[in-house]
Design a protein around this ligand. Sequence first.
Ligand code: GAP
Length: 526
Amino acid sequence: MANKDVTDPARMEKIVSLCKRRGFIFQAGEIYGGLNGCWDYGPLGAELKRNLKDYWWRKTVQERDDVLGMDGAILTHQDVLKASGHVDGFNDPMSECPLTKARLRADQVPAASPGTEFTFLGATDEASGKSTDKPISILIPEGKQEPERSAEKLASQFYRELLGAGSKPVVGARDSQPGPVKGALYNPDNGVRLSEPRSFDLMLSTKLGALAADNDPKALAYLRPETAQSIFCQYKNILDSNRVKLPFGIAQMGKSFRNEINPRNYTFRSREFEQMEIEYFCHPKDGLRLTDEWLEARLTFYGEIGIPREKLHILDIPDGERAFYSQKTYDIEYEFPFGIQELEGVAYRTDYDLGVHEKGSGKSQLYFDEETKEKFLPHVVEPSAGCDRTVLALLCEAFDEETLTDEKGKDDSRTVLRFVPRMAPIKVGIFPLLKKNEEQVRICKEIQKTLQPWMNVFYDDGGAVGRRYRRQDEIGTPFCVTVDFDTLGEENPDLKGTVTIRHRDSMEQERLPVSGLLAWLLERVR
Ligand code: GAP
């Protein structure tokens, strides 16, 4: 098992920088200072994400007889989320730093190192006579020089804020004790003791329709926090309109919204993100077996998109840590450069979801088995993946820097995104050897026209061919086609009508007839 604490911030920085430089991902609202937790995908990022979603749909819906697709509304009826438990229970514990006002997710605050906790009980500004008796506690780690002075400096900062700019607070009574104090949380940036956690609602709401003008509570609607709920609510309609039998699944991909307290790790934890979810309905006796089968199917999927099995970790969530209704939950985790983190959950949710919607709506969700004449509430197995997280995993997995030695023995380096061809945003670069050679350019344009209905290609005639290869390597294009003098048959008539294909990873080249190019590529990029 790899160490969860091993991180590589330098690698992550390079990936983030490449994504901006080459147009994969930008911060939303960047020119206005950025909208925290929201991201815009640029041209290459949009293609990468589309390839992932298309492949997920193909493997999950198109190539299976037992899964149907749906595309539900993002705006969600408040009663749906009341019944599901989100309105009352979809929250995270939040603590605040009294000094910086930073708000942190209390369950993710790292444990503090041992030291001394100093508590200050108030301060006075002698010039104005203003005073405050608000306490503040600060943990100074062991080994720090003049710990009391360090704590007092931070406390003065805190009281200056309270007593007004320009004030010179004289810090009052203080106390000290060994820390961290049991049960207390400290800001990892400054050691200040955080406020007691309070519950923070993660749902984003809006007001719908003309009733919104009067702030009528009936106008309240939510931006869905997961795609799953519309699947549960439409299960009966889909069952009745499609003549399907258990076991069968409903798949949906699309945007979800959560007002995360601390969006972080680039796109990993965002406030607006896409999910790819399957709710697989089954007989209660099959739930546990199907959970294991879905886990295997999902691991195979990750392998097929270029995330190797050895970089994935399966967490079998123990009893007592799962949601109360779940009989089995696996988290599929990936070794991101910022640590091992969840990509997807595969959860056996029993009949909880259909049960709460049956109760909430008063509409029967029972399934009638024609063969056994049995009537029951189906159980659900849910493989729920994050699309943006998987895109991030694809980028992290693909990123590579390589040192090469040229024919003259000179060292050179290249940056490569080693996407599997089916995920690569652009499948082929098409280059004329000489941009001034009209015939080479004409053939390139013809190849471009032939390939474009089938895949994304990029025509490039700028600079030396070597440089053009590097530009494609950096965005992960698996193949480059060069039309040269041999294509024109000028030196060797046997080579007329052939082109050079250069492979991104091995950098090896081979010649192929132009007429066979499309079939050759299709075999490799699907
Ligand atoms: N229906 C079950 C459900 O939504 P979840 O574990 O909350 O379960 C499923 O979410 C997946 O959605 C996660 O494994 C993750 O990949 C993705 N996800 C959840 N919250 C996210 C966020 N704030 N940003 C990006 N992806 C997120």
